[in-house]
Design a binder for this molecule. Sequence first.
Ligand code: 4NP
Length: 163
Amino acid sequence: MPSNSKTSILFVCLGNICRSPLADGIFTHLVNQQNLTHRFHIDSCGTGAWHVGNPPDPRSILAAAKHNIDLTTLRARQFDADRDPIEFDWIIPMDRSNHRELINQGTPKAKVRLMRSFDPTITTQKTPDVPDPYYGGDDGFDKIYEMLMRACEGLLCEIKDPA
Ligand code: 4NP
């Protein structure tokens, strides 16, 4: 990889207000902590358009703030099937439904990988989804924070030193 080229990563969920902004914030935090900010371009989006322009769900903002991660400047946008697969090296859906939608919209399979496939503590493919916390209780957001942290650590470990 040339030293001046950034690795670009797009986290994708349904609404872009709960899971993918949290993944975006956590991954950005890890990259900053490791002084790798200059190496990555990080973004998130949703396959749906309901919340375009909105900040993340207050419950995601709170779950992140408990760990000193600020999501308040993020704004939801919809996946762009024409541009995003060209702009991003990695497109990372939160669940199998998002994965199907990305493939249905023509995203090259080689760029798409489920978020939880990067979690080194998952030994089977029984739980490949980051569950949608939107209609659940507040504790769902702390659970997905932990899930996303493990997957983000695995993702960064896998891609920061390409073979
Ligand atoms: P997300 O959660 O995909 O993690 O952002 C959702 C947020 C909103 C809706 C669905 C899921 N919604 O139907 O409005």
